[in-house]
Write a protein that binds this ligand. Structure first.
Ligand code: GDP
Ligand code: IMO
Ligand code: MG
Length: 429
């Protein structure tokens, strides 16, 4: 076996850290890029050559023609949306790489989307604020062994099996939520139409990825969402329904964890969160509004304004532990230019005591008050900065402080959305 050259790029906060941009950046020298969790609840924005692209389920490696992009078994796939997304990016004129899709990935079907909406409605004040893409119900069905995997479509009796499951789902929707049935024939024919378009991409991707790594190819694993939205280790129940943390890069792709040698945690220079849940460093003032406007912090998928806050290192350290993060990469540093005084949360105060962990329940997390270290900001525009040495002293101090408190090396930073606005201080792939 050749030297292993694989890297997981994972979000270390509540999503939207710039994973898409970083995956695309590293993909310029990778051979394979693999998504291992989530579905089209993700929204990854990539900018290069003056063009802006967005992908939700297709890996961000797709814009590199030499790269094979893979949708792993841990993902949930809405085939109709996947085909639409493929057509959109094909129209962009960029030469795309090859796409492979795991035969074991679960299908998001129209009833999952209806159930997602109905469950959110039923939650009332405890609403999660999901993306309404059917993610939760699809993973529910996977765990309940009621899911349909892509490989099932090729089974001889698929139409009959699908009809049985479909009828059960309609009964559930009618009885539980009083929602009218949708047509089986229409659902089936739309599914098959989309399947025909992508069926040549379907394979046992675990075999492909293992072979690639063993041959010494450079393989990137692209996280979706963020470590704090992980179903086990995130801020439950205000999370998504999959294991978003880096450890799932093996289970979610069908290879041994021993074939993964590094994990890079992508961290926004401040915090954002879409949807409900505790957010001790949230900024409900003009500083937060300013960051939201400068950082264009509106969901790329749902267009919702993102909640904005100071950097939370209690949460980041939790992500570093639960995802086994080896290095950090700081994004959107440029957005902090012009903020007079920057705050970094390094502890929480919970019931009068200082703590440095996230309590297990959301109600306790809500009660945590952030304790801050204050640092002077910088005024300079840093969007053209090409090296660490070119940064204003206070920006250097800000990065050094994060590294010091988290006891982890920072391997670079990003100063704008474009591929070229990326500064690498240590090569890790
Ligand atoms: P992802 O879900 O982690 O891939 O992140 P999103 O794409 O949803 O959100 C990140 C947003 O920030 C996108 O619009 C990116 O184009 C943009 N972005 C990424 N890095 C930077 C950066 O360093 N500076 C600025 N200003 N924008 C960035
Ligand atoms: P990327 O990959 C930010 C959030 C939703 C909601 C919760 C559950 O772009 O970082 P779901 O639809 O998954 O059941 O919603 O998770 N969420 C995200 N927030 N970025 C994402 O993806 C997200 N995907 C899901 O807002 O709070
Ligand atoms: Mg996003």
């Amino acid at each position: 076996m050749r030297k292993i050259n694989s890297l997981v790029v994972v979000g270390s906060q509540w999503g939207d850290e710039g994973k898409g941009k970083m995956t695309d950046y590293f993909a310029q020298k990778a051979d394979v890029v693999v998504r291992f969790a989530g579905g089209d609840n993700a929204g990854h924005v990539i900018n290069f050559n003056g063009q802006k692209h967005k992908v939700t389920i297709i890996p961000s490696g797709i814009f590199n023609p030499e790269v094979t992009s893979v949708i792993g078994n841990g993902c949930v796939v809405n085939l109709i949306n996947l085909v639409k997304e493929l057509e959109t990016i094909q129209k962009s004129g960029v030469k795309l790489g090859k796409l492979l899709i795991s035969d074991r990935a679960q299908l998001i079907l129209p009833y999952h989307i209806l159930i997602d909406g109905a469950q959110e409605e039923a939650r009332g004040a405890r609403k999660i604020g999901t993306t309404k893409r059917g993610i939760g119900p699809t993973y529910q069905d996977k765990a309940a062994r009621l899911g349909i995997r892509i490989a099932d479509i090729e089974e001889k009796d698929f139409k009959e099996t699908f009809k049985e499951i479909f009828d059960y789902q309609m009964m559930f929707l009618n009885k539980m939520f009083d929602i009218a049935s949708i047509s089986f024939d229409k659902t089936y024919s739309e599914l098959m139409k989309a399947y025909e378009v992508i069926k040549d991409c379907i394979t046992d991707t675990g075999i492909f990825i293992e072979k690639a790594i063993k041959e010494g190819k450079k393989v990137l694993f692209e996280g979706a969402q963020g470590a704090l939205l992980d179903i086990d280790h995130g801020t439950y129940p205000y999370v998504t329904s999959s294991n978003t943390s880096a450890n799932n890069a093996s289970t979610g792709t069908g290879i041994s964890h021993k074939l993964i040698n590094n994990t890079l945690g992508v961290v926004k220079a401040y915090s954002t969160r879409v949807g409900a849940g505790a957010f001790p460093t949230e900024l409900l003032n003009e500083i937060g509004d300013g960051i939201r406007e400068r950082g264009h912090e509106y969901g790329s998928n749902t267009k919702r304004p993102r909640r904005v806050g100071w950097l939370d290192l209690v949460a980041l350290k939790h992500a570093i532990r639960t995802s086994g993060i080896d290095y950090l990469f700081i994004t959107l540093l440029d957005v902090l230019s012009g903020v007079d005084q920057l705050m970094i949360c390094d502890k929480y105060i919970f019931e009068g005591e200082e703590i440095s962990y996230i309590p297990a329940t959301s109600s306790k997390h809500e009660k945590c008050e952030a304790k801050y270290i204050s640092m002077p900001g910088w005024k300079e525009d840093i969007t053209q900065v090409k090296s660490f040495d070119d940064l204003p002293t206070n920006a250097k101090n800000y990065l050094n402080k994060i590294s010091e408190i988290c006891e982890i090396e920072i391997t670079g930073f990003s100063v704008g959305p474009d591929r070229l606005q990326t500064v690498i201080t240590k090569e890790i792939m």
